[in-house]
Design a protein around this ligand. Structure first.
Ligand code: NPW
Ligand code: ATP
Ligand code: MG
Length: 365
């Protein structure tokens, strides 16, 4: 496509910790490329024309501290107001699909994180054996032991119409029967136009069957490095370009039909195939398991909020990019705050305890 990415972000207080990467065009074929991009965007992508034009003409603009402040503001814009006029459920009913014999912590982390960020109700759809274990961690989660039953789809479909977002994969495992059920659940969720966040073993399934999610504009994939490589091999040829992380995440998103991809790592890179955002919020060097689950659960709620708020509140930007940047920033801040208290003994449970203060610090209006 002749596109390259330029990192031009920075941040306040004199140190680079967050940035924005915008697409820029090589050489002087830029005008032609812009025109081609515009036509392709309008034909394939379908956001309002003004948003496409705005994006195309902001390609060469310098973005820095102000961009980062804008991103914080965009996240604040999507957070629903706490008022006495709402009833239970309005700020988010989130489903988590995952939890099997081996892994019960991951769906718990995702579900409780969604609640701590501000969802009202969280439903976990897991296997029969995993359910009592997950329930015992927390009375806050509604747990359905249905995922390994032959009528898993019908059981989940009873709840689907009430769900605002579905997080698929934390602690799911890779059993073929389970994955087949999840495949059907994904199709039913897409048919209802519900946002889907896919992580962990859900990404394993997508790497086997990319068509399952290809082009679904309400999907967000959250791969770590290994999961990213697996997806890359499934839809692109040749090795991942380790010298151009931004270009790689942009390409993977494009190859998957411009769905949102969040590549987690030292810096989180977020792309919808048109632009790439970078999240470099200071975290810590503690890499205990479960941090990705905190991220996917948080993102479930924030994706719902962002889509509800719409492009007017995100200044024309893709709401899912804003949601993803917000969830990454929050996860890293939780990691940072927990590490200040517990150092090497920090675990994901300690990070979850920081969600409230981290959220207020970052996004309170
Ligand atoms: N408490 C719980 O219940 C938790 C359960 N979880 C659940 O576990 C399930 C499997 O998930 P997964 O991430 O372990 O699987 P997969 O992608 O096969 O990785 C396997 C191997 O890849 C490597 N590796 C991983 N990341 C890397 C990186 N960034 N950079 C480089 N290498 C990396 C590493 O290999 P190693 O270094 O050990 O050789 C690792 O062992 C899934 O359901 C998930 O939700 C977790 O959520 C945690 C909390
Ligand atoms: N090297 C790093 N430095 C700082 N933050 C990191 C680093 N690697 C990952 N993170 C952060 O940790 C969070 C989880 O990413 P990670 O790569 O650990 O996911 P994961 O492997 O899926 O985790 P899980 O153990 O839940 O499966 C993300 O928000 C990411 O920003
Ligand atoms: Mg993970």
């Amino acid at each position: 496509m002749g596109v390259r990415c330029v990192a031009i972000g920075s941040c306040g207080r004199g140190k680079i910790d967050t940035g924005v990467v915008w697409m820029a065009f090589r050489g002087c074929g830029a005008a032609a490329a812009v025109l081609a991009l515009l036509s392709a965007a309008i034909a394939l992508y379908g956001p309002p024309l003004h948003a496409v034009i705005q994006r195309a003409f902001s390609l060469h603009k310098a973005h820095s501290t102000k961009d980062m402040e804008n991103l914080f503001q965009l996240v604040r814009n999507i957070v629903p107001a706490l008022t006495s006029k709402k009833h239970k459920g309005q700020d988010g009913r989130i489903g988590i699909v995952g939890g099997c014999q081996e892994y019960t912590g991951a769906p718990y982390f995702a579900g409780i994180s969604a609640l701590k960020v501000g969802a009202d109700l969280t439903h976990v759809f897991c296997t029969r054996e995993a359910a009592p274990v997950i329930k015992s961690y927390s009375p806050e989660l509604i747990v359905h032991p249905v995922l390994d039953s032959s009528n898993a789809l019908q059981e989940v479909e009873k709840w689907l119409p009430r769900l605002h977002a579905l997080v698929v994969g934390p602690g799911l495992g890779r059993d073929d029967f389970l994955l087949n059920n999840v495949m059907n659940i994904l199709e039913a969720t897409k048919a209802r136009d519900i946002p889907i966040i896919i992580d962990a073993d859900g990404l394993w399934l997508i790497a086997q069957l990319p068509a399952l999610i290809h082009g679904y504009q309400k999907a967000i994939l959250t791969p770590n490095r290994v999961e990213f490589s697996r997806l890359w091999e499934a839809v692109l040829t040749g090795p991942v370009d380790t010298k151009d992380h931004s270009g790689s995440v942009l390409k993977l998103s494009q190859a998957l039909g411009n769905i949102t991809v969040v590549q987690k790592g030292e810096h989180d890179l977020i792309s919808d195939g048109w632009q790439v955002l970078v999240c470099s919020q200071e975290g810590s060097s503690r890499r205990c398991g479960g941090q990705g689950d905190l991220l996917s659960g948080s993102l479930g709620v924030m994706a719902h909020w962002a889509l509800l708020a719409g492009r007017e509140k995100t200044n024309g930007s893709n709401p899912l990019l804003v949601a993803a940047w917000g969830a990454c920033t929050l996860t890293r801040e939780c990691n940072h705050q927990a590490f200040q208290k517990y150092g090497r003994s920090t675990t994901t449970t300690d990070m979850i305890a920081e969600v409230g203060t981290a959220f207020s610090k970052l996004f309170k209006t």
